[in-house]
Ligand binder design. Structure first.
Ligand code: E4P
Length: 197
């Protein structure tokens, strides 16, 4: 199983890179805002992503803010220009699927995020997603079993070997989540640095 770290904190990323454990990074607008606030002025979102991409060889997810397909494509194309290891993160909505299809066709990695059902994961794979991100912790938060979703997606994708989308277990909150994701066979877990440590 690959480990991504779920952070936009440069020091955390450098620390984990030195261990050889790290296969990639996921960011989201909250994590980026936190990192930029801590580092102060003089840096913006794109610069931060560029810096992360220079530290890590693997995929670095950077999320679009737009909710319409044109906006997602405009932002996604700009993000993809930053570095070849950028994975554009789009929401698992109808417009997000269209953006996924278009960006994938242009050779850009796409992480289709905010996946809350197995059927959604099937749609993401059909749209050509590089990664699909089921949100385990968020489902647990509302009294459901988030890891059950990862299990369902694994079973469905395994039925169709031509689907190449990787399952990226996200919203991981505990070390038990990491173990369960590995037991189920998630391709990747994106984990906060403290949980990885
Ligand atoms: C993944 O890419 C997301 O950044 C992350 O796992 C979000 O989870 P959370 O909002 O529950 O922390």
């Amino acid at each position: 199983m690959k480990f991504f770290v779920d952070t936009a904190d440069i020091a955390e990323i450098k620390d984990l890179t030195a261990t050889g454990l790290l296969d990639g990074v996921t960011t989201n607008p909250s994590l980026v805002a936190k990192s930029l606030a801590e580092k102060g002025a003089g840096r913006d979102f794109r610069q931060l992503i560029k810096e992360i991409c220079a530290i890590v060889d693997g995929p670095v997810s950077a999320e679009v803010a737009a909710v319409d397909v044109e906006g997602m494509l405009e932002e996604g194309r700009l993000l993809a220009k930053i570095a070849k290891n950028v994975a554009v993160k789009v929401p698992l909505t109808w417009d997000g699927l269209k953006a996924c299809k278009a960006l994938t066709g242009e050779g850009t990695m796409v992480n289709v995020t905010l996946c809350f059902s197995a059927n959604q994961a099937l749609l993401a794979a059909k749209a050509g997603a590089t990664f699909v991100s089921p949100f385990v912790g968020r489902l647990d938060d509302i009294g459901l079993d988030g890891m059950e979703l990862v299990r369902e997606i694994r079973a469905i994708y395994d039925n169709y070997p031509d689907l190449s989308t990787e399952i990226l277990a996200a919203s991981i909150r505990t070390v038990n989540h990491v173990k369960q994701a590995a037991l189920i066979g998630a391709d990747v877990a994106t984990v906060p640095a403290a949980i990885l440590k």
